[in-house]
Design a protein around this ligand. Sequence first.
Ligand SMILES: Cc1ncc(C[n+]2csc(CCOP(=O)(O)OP(=O)(O)O)c2C)c(N)n1
Ligand SMILES: [Mg+2]
Length: 561
Amino acid sequence: MNCTGAEIITGMLERHGIDTVAGIPGGANLPLYDALYASNIRHILARHEQGAGFIAQGMARVTGRAAVCLGTSGPGATNLLTAIADAKLDSVPVVAITGQVPTAMIGTDAFQEVDTYGLSLPITKHNFLARSAAELLDILPEAFAIAEGGRPGPVLVDVPKDVQRERVEFDAWPEPLRRKAPKACPAADAARLAEMIARAQRPVLYIGGGALASGCGAELLALARRNGIPVTSTLMGLGVFPPDNPLYLGMLGMHGARYTNLALEECDLLIAAGVRFDDRATGKVEAFCPGAAVIHIDIDPGELDKIRTAHVGIVGDLGQVIEAMLPAITPNSRRAWASRIAALKDEFPLAMPGLDDPRTPYGLIRAVAADVDDDAILATDVGQHQMWAAQAWPFARSRQFLTSGGLGTMGFGLPTAIGAALAQPDRTVVCITGDGSILMNIQELVTAVEEQANVKLIVMDNQSLGLVHQQQELFYGNRIFASDFRRGVDFAAVAEGFGMPAVRLGRCDNPRAALHYALTTPGPCLVHAPIDVAEKVYPMVPPGAANSQMIGGTAHACAIA
Ligand SMILES: Cc1ncc(C[n+]2csc(CCOP(=O)(O)OP(=O)(O)O)c2C)c(N)n1
Ligand SMILES: [Mg+2]
């Protein structure tokens, strides 16, 4: 074989099953783009590198496989960083390949030079600076194995221009590296877990993104059912557990239902499965499940005892650990605990006012959900609309909900939805976004049009950074500052300017019919939905407070001065 470094990259991408990449070319990665010209890989030309990063995330989040984004050196690389950091916090396997100035010029403040390796160090699972074309034969397989193995995450490969052009002779293409099988759960550990569960009176399973990555929905369901264990989910775990199962408690934490957080207060055994005790889930951590023994199962040893010391911590693949302990789990219906939870549910249900009215936040989200099949993918941006969607959308399966959980990145929604639609073109992808968030990656509207991605954007327009407005109103004495937009945007006209059809719900007599038209017309479409700025996401745990101190969300929402 005789290839350039750039040809090695495209050849290795093909060998890893990559058929689509997203990026933007520039001086320092032009040799790579020249090699792409000659390859079968489809290239999605994003309009901003952050868009390319999130398009890759969308592909990775729905498939569970690593996806690839490309950027040139300097500003191309720095523009990718937010999407890479976002992938790190949500454990998404992304391989970012950046061009770099020629090796001899590194460190000279050359045109479009930044230290991409240094900048990406704290926000990647691993990163590489390629020093030779031959090295790429090792780096690329490693990059994919690291991105996908164990706890997934982003990997950056920085490739100087001369390395992309360098020719090298080699005998054979390296095989993709096999993923290391996680260590099996020792029988003694499995027995110990089963014993703790048998002794508990009020256990709760607390599941998160790790459950999704492990693909262990069936095992979790079997465990919960056999021992009558109620199940709560973090934002990242939504979709893993069937929402209509009587054992399901819904989402916990800052915007979880009151009964969910109250049930957690009372539990005596917390089985933390693929979670990281994020503060949005736990509230004031000292007051989280105060009387509970804790079992913590995670594939990443770094998560154990990081925030809450576990009585038993198990490092391993969640599905395998549950499978190992299932035979020792005693059947139990836990009548007393179930009836206590039923009583909490009755007394403190999740109030979703306006559910039948598509002109209200909850009503709109439910109307959209009712008009797509349960295979549809939901992406969101960040803000009130994200939390309303998390509360109201009836998630039926894993990898259906794409949201920026850890980093909370406004601008995530549109490009991520495009990536999901490209990876799975037969599914409808709904993106619920806000008037603030969509502006952060609005340029990708034209990418969606160009690719005819089947993305349905629902812009919930309260002419405000609503979640900020809500916090200022509730916790800063109603001193609303820099959160309301003084000037609105005609998002439908903007979409049309980008070549995307649009529907103005505010002007429709029959909003359900208008939604139906938008959701069933093939290709991308934008729906503009005016929302009252006074609408709130309730309940809400005040920042820093215990989950039990949540406010609002009862039938008579608390009045807060
Ligand atoms: C990049 C970025 N900047 C700032 C924030 C802080 N922030 C969180 S929610 C929010 C408001 C979002 O507004 P919008 O998209 O209109 O959603 P809404 O809350 O109104 O539904 C802001 C500014 C953020 N999460 N991300
Ligand atoms: Mg808004």
